[in-house]
Ligand binder design. Structure first.
Ligand SMILES: [Zn+2]
Length: 70
């Protein structure tokens, strides 16, 4: 994982690390506008978490911007 300068929005700690939101099949973010379409565009997500208080924040689309915004 690359270095970042994120700060926890809950406790202000900079002891923060990145991770991927995942379940067996993988969590995906599907825009509301894609609902009901035969081929839904979606994206996996990453997030940051705080080692000090456990807050999870900073959700980001891993496929942004190529997949969803074109
Ligand atoms: Zn924190």
């Amino acid at each position: 994982m690359e270095e970042n300068n994120l700060v926890c929005p809950v406790c202000g700690s900079s002891n923060v690390f990145d991770g991927k939101l995942s379940s067996t099949g993988g969590f995906v973010f599907i825009p509301e506008e894609e609902k009901g379409k035969f081929l839904q565009r979606s994206s996996f997500m990453t997030a940051s978490a705080c080692r000090d208080c456990g807050a999870v924040f900073g959700l980001r689309l891993t496929d942004h911007p190529n997949k969803l915004t074109k």
